[in-house]
Design a protein around this ligand. Structure first.
Ligand code: APR
Ligand code: PHB
Length: 390
């Protein structure tokens, strides 16, 4: 096979890049290790920056998001079991946050690919990249028991943190930055009506988050020791712990119910530089991971794809490679901004094991300062809804 762009990975980054390249009539192939159903059943993020909403609409896959998504004017920060600060995203920035599940977006992207007749190759095994620093890179893989090869101009590594693309950049050329957080998030889904707005809570018992997927599907999280397993957490224990970490009037509004999904995720900040090596370009989790506190993982995948697709369109439309030459530094500028914001939100809202009284006081004072300062709230709000693309 021969194509212009070989995309590895059909998660949000790979599938959105495919959609935008299709719209620009740039031929491409997408190789996905898992089955379509496996990808569609993964429970992931649920919050879109307004910048992401605009990219998704421009790609022509925003109809169901606009119909079923839930645009929010505010998020609530709670602390000390009694304080609640509404951060007025729309009033402070003119932009909202869109609550729309990543699995819904994935469904929209796959249905668009079906309509487009895109070569989405699922169950691709042993995907490997070759000659990425040459002018004729290629990808090999095995599919339906047959060894295949795709010759291409560019390879887009959209294969997530555990993919093969990042490792194709020699260690001597790659710099990695990482912070592992000493706790995890236990998350559940319940078929119950969510609270009207997201609530992030800092409490001496630990962090909690009340979120949403749709009017009859709620997503909740509590911080837990990283060594915990879901067997340690009955539904009853989860609900009572979440309530204990919230102001009483908010806890009383939560409609509890049986969990239909329960999982524990570790938290890390990770960035690999650069995001380009020869004709291999990384986008999304293949290049960076953020703790979910700032709701940036999915949105960084969208912003990388926005920048990469614009660069590829310029290259194929008029041979202008400036965007590709600038891609890594442009993408990393936004990546580091979101990595810093996600680190800051995580540090502000979680109880760190072994934290000193001084550090607790610093958290409390920062939350009180946020409550007292429209400037501080505006800073949080503009980072949460996403700064517009230049
Ligand atoms: N060959 C082919 N596909 C692969 C390979 C491989 N060697 N390794 C991984 N993949 C696939 C995975 O199965 C997955 O479907 O690449 C895809 C990567 O998707 P994500 O991990 O979702 O990463 P990304 O598309 O960058 O989206 C980031 O997804 O995981 C969440 O929290 C993350 O919300 C963020 C978003
Ligand atoms: C979610 O709904 O899964 C969610 C929302 C906000 C976050 C993280 C996760 O910061």
């Amino acid at each position: 096979m021969r194509t212009s762009v070989a995309i590895i990975g059909a998660g949000p980054a790979g599938a959105l890049l495919s959609q935008i390249l299709h719209n620009a009539e740039i031929d491409h192939v997408v190789l996905e290790r898992q089955t379509r159903d496996y990808v569609l059943t993964r429970i992931r993020a649920g919050v879109l920056e307004w910048s992401s909403v605009e990219v998704i609409r421009a790609a022509g896959v925003g109809d169901r998001m606009d119909a079923d998504g839930d645009a929010h004017d505010l998020i609530n920060l709670a602390w000390g079991g009694k304080h609640v600060l509404p951060v007025q995203l729309k009033a402070l920035t003119g932009r909202q946050m869109m609550a729309y599940g990543q699995t819904e977006l994935q469904q929209d992207l796959y249905e668009a690919a079906d309509r487009n007749g895109t070569a989405l190759i699922f169950s691709a095994e042993n995907v490997a990249v070759h000659d990425v620093t040459s002018d004729s890179p290629y990808v090999t893989f095995r599919h339906n028991g047959v060894d295949e090869r795709i010759d291409c101009d560019y390879i887009a590594g959209c294969d997530g943190f555990h993919g093969v693309s990042r490792a194709a950049i020699p260690e001597s050329e790659r710099t990695e930055f990482e912070r592992i957080y000493p706790f995890g998030w236990l998350g559940i889904l319940s078929e119950t009506p969510p609270l009207p707005h997201l609530v992030y809570t800092n409490h001496e018992r630990g962090f909690g988050l009340c979120s949403t997927r749709n009017p009859m599907l709620s997503r909740y999280y509590v911080q837990c020791p990283i060594e915990d397993s879901i067997d340690d957490w009955s539904d009853d224990r989860f609900w009572s712990e979440l309530a204990a970490r919230l102001p009483t009037h908010i806890a009383n509004d939560i409609v509890t119910g049986p969990s239909i999904e329960k999982s524990i995720a570790p938290l890390r900040s990770f960035v690999a530089e650069p995001m380009r090596h020869g004709n291999l370009l990384l986008a999304g989790d293949s290049a960076h991971i953020v703790p979910p506190t700032g709701a940036k993982g999915l949105n960084l995948a969208v912003s990388d794809v926005h920048l990469l697709s614009q660069a590829l369109i310029a290259r194929y439309a008029n041979g202008d490679t400036a965007g590709l030459d600038q891609y890594s530094s442009d993408a990393l500028h936004r990546v580091w901004a979101s990595v810093r914001f996600s680190w800051w939100m995580t540090t502000l809202l979680h109880r760190f094991p072994g934290a000193t009284d001084f550090e607790q006081r610093m958290q409390e004072r920062e939350l009180e300062y946020l409550a007292s300062s429209a400037a501080a709230q505006t800073s949080l709000a503009e980072q949460y809804v996403g700064v517009p693309f230049v």
